[in-house]
Design a protein around this ligand. Structure first.
Ligand SMILES: *[C@@H]1O[C@H](CO)[C@@H](O)[C@H](O)[C@H]1NC(C)=O
Ligand SMILES: *[C@@H]1O[C@H](CO)[C@@H](O)[C@H](O)[C@H]1NC(C)=O
Ligand SMILES: *[C@@H]1O[C@H](CO)[C@@H](O)[C@H](O)[C@H]1NC(C)=O
Ligand SMILES: *[C@@H]1O[C@H](CO)[C@@H](O)[C@H](O)[C@H]1NC(C)=O
Ligand SMILES: *[C@@H]1O[C@H](CO)[C@@H](O)[C@H](O)[C@H]1NC(C)=O
Ligand SMILES: *[C@@H]1O[C@H](CO)[C@@H](O)[C@H](O)[C@H]1NC(C)=O
Ligand SMILES: *[C@@H]1O[C@H](CO)[C@@H](O)[C@H](O)[C@H]1NC(C)=O
Ligand SMILES: *[C@@H]1O[C@H](CO)[C@@H](O)[C@H](O)[C@H]1NC(C)=O
Length: 468
């Protein structure tokens, strides 16, 4: 009995010891793709006082932000932009130069601790940057060493599309095109340098892609009666987030790295979206983010079924609703703050606000799932900026899915406008979406499309619509 008691103390103090270095502090992703966002000074004040975050991640090495962070206790993650990875991979003096001009002037007064080389590079269409990613990480690490900058871990952020299979979690596997050429050397580098696999984990997208089969409450950490048992391991899951993280852990194990440490580089939930916005509302966003913060800050750490009790350091996405992000409306609504700095909903990233304390303030009203009633169309989102080649390819895809969705844009028909690719593509998007939405088609087209309630029809050309 006594023995058992001491053993328990020993085990928990060991956990406390290993946790200390990378404790369960939740950080915030401070993206800047917005109009008139508060200044860096005001933003850092909001991060500390309003959000109570202990870490901040930025998507570049903005010197104005890094200056403001000087002398604060915030641990900082900065990023090498995707565009220069190819050059850095083959040029040590360029890597040295980048570190010299972006890290050296601020370190150590600004507590830069993580340096991500690129953002979701492997999710972009395949190109030579993929193979340059790990070589660039190695060069940056070498430059940091040469500058005697020892506390900065080097990594890169990965989206869940690095996996080819993720269900059940024990079947998690990296995509065959990247597993051996990219993931294995990356894991070797991360393990050797005691860094982390930085993951962007969005149960929201998994749910939005298949709302019929994925339970919303299970996705929001709100399910009290649903569990999923992995037949391969017998591990029991209570939420989708744990399933996704464990799938990556099992995938890494298969490449020989069962102990690779995981960092949640982004997780979050959109507070609004387009008109047909499927679960993207303030109520669900507050529910998800409060629950995930509670999980990630729990004492002792909860970990995941594959790694119970292990700390999962993390950054919530994102600080602001960023109105200049391209893509569907949800992309512009992941913020916990509006662009003017007021809260979309209360959130305390220190994890010290309990459910009861939040509950005293009434939860915001659901952003009315049933809100808009009427017709919606799917059109080209940003006509001026749209890539013409990609637009033509999307039009051709929309028209090739059958059932004559593009009859009206054939020569001689009412919507034939050979001089306006944008109008033709908008017609094709609306027509495709109207025909196949019931089968799960979305108004997306690689971010080229957006929903609108303004009827784009003209003259005798009537655009098909979806009615909510
Ligand atoms: C390859 O993809 C990266 C990452 O998205 C991008 O920054 C880069 O411009 C692409 N390179 C080419 C040659 O298209
Ligand atoms: C390497 O980068 C440096 C700039 O830091 C540049 O001056 C040099 O020309 C580059 N070398 C090659 C081979 O591109
Ligand atoms: C990972 O790193 C640990 C400790 O640094 C080492 O013991 C282990 O052998 C490494 N794993 C692999 C597969 O190299
Ligand atoms: C989700 O949970 C809420 C409250 O816990 C409950 O009212 C609701 O019926 C649940 N929804 C589903 C689809 O299970
Ligand atoms: C869980 O509870 C919800 C609401 O209470 C119910 O709708 C759902 O069918 C239950 N699911 C299971 C698997 O029991
Ligand atoms: C901030 O922006 C939100 C959303 O646009 C708006 O509802 C709110 O009134 C604004 N607050 C202030 C103080 O301007
Ligand atoms: C435009 O899209 C095409 C096809 O998707 C792609 O190959 C090309 O690199 C893009 N051009 C620009 C400037 O992004
Ligand atoms: C085309 O329309 C017919 C009749 O409305 C329907 O039965 C068929 O499933 C549709 N085809 C596709 C690919 O949706």
């Amino acid at each position: 009995m006594m023995m058992g008691f001491f053993q328990i103390i020993l085990v928990s103090s060991l956990i406390a010891f290993t946790s200390a270095e990378f404790s369960a502090k939740v950080g915030i992703n401070y993206g800047q793709l917005g109009d008139n966002l508060p200044s860096p000074t005001e933003s850092v004040r909001l991060i500390c006082t309003k959000l109570k975050a202990k870490r901040v991640k930025i998507y570049d090495a903005n010197p104005d932000i890094l200056s403001v962070l000087r002398g604060t206790d915030l641990q900082v993650s900065i990023m090498v932009p995707n565009e220069i990875i190819d050059d850095i991979a083959v040029n040590q003096s360029l890597a040295d130069h980048w570190v010299h001009s972006n890290v050296r002037p601020f370190y150590p007064e600004t507590k830069i601790r993580y340096l991500l080389v690129g953002n979701e590079v492997i999710s972009s269409p395949g190109n030579k940057t993929w193979l340059n990613l790990v070589p660039a990480m190695r060069r940056i690490k070498k430059s940091l060493k040469a500058h005697r900058i020892r506390k900065v871990k080097v990594g890169t952020s990965l989206a869940m599309d690095v996996l080819t299979s993720s269900y059940p979690p024990s079947e998690g596997k990296f995509r065959p095109d990247i597993a051996l050429p990219i993931m294995r050397p990356m894991l070797e580098f991360l393990n050797h340098t005691k860094s982390f696999l930085f993951l962007d984990v969005y149960p929201y997208f998994a749910w939005a892609a298949d709302p019929v089969h994925v339970d919303l409450n299970y996705t929001l950490f709100e399910s009290h009666n649903i569990t999923v048992t992995d037949p391969g391991t017998g591990l029991v899951y209570h939420n989708l987030f744990d399933q996704m993280v464990d799938a990556v852990i099992f995938a890494s194990s298969k490449l020989g790295y069962p102990d690779i440490r995981i960092w949640i580089a982004e997780t979050g939930w959109p507070n609004a979206g387009d008109y047909d916005q499927r679960g993207a509302n303030i109520y669900n966003a507050a529910t998800y983010n409060r629950n995930v913060v509670r999980k990630l800050t729990a004492h002792p750490p909860r970990g995941t079924p594959a790694r119970p009790g292990r700390v999962l350091p993390s950054f919530i996405f994102a600080m602001y609703n960023e109105d200049q992000k391209p893509g569907p409306g949800t992309e512009r609504h992941f913020g916990v703050l509006y662009p003017n700095g007021t809260s979309v909903y209360d959130i305390d990233l220190s994890g010290e606000t309990t459910e009861e304390e939040y509950a005293k303030k009434p939860l915001p009203k659901p952003w009315n799932d049933e809100g808009y009633k009427g017709e919606i169309w799917c059109v080209v989102g940003r006509p001026r900026e749209a890539n013409r080649t990609a637009l033509a390819a999307a039009l051709s895809y929309a028209c090739s899915q059958g059932n004559g969705t593009c009859g009206a844009i054939q020569p001689g028909k009412a919507c034939y406008k050979p001089k306006s690719l944008v109008r033709m593509a908008s017609y094709a998007f609306s027509s495709y979406w109207a025909a196949f939405r019931k089968d799960g088609a979305t108004c997306y087209f690689d971010g080229l499309a957006t929903q609108t309630i303004k009827d784009p029809s003209y003259g005798h050309c009537k655009f098909p619509s979806v009615t909510l």
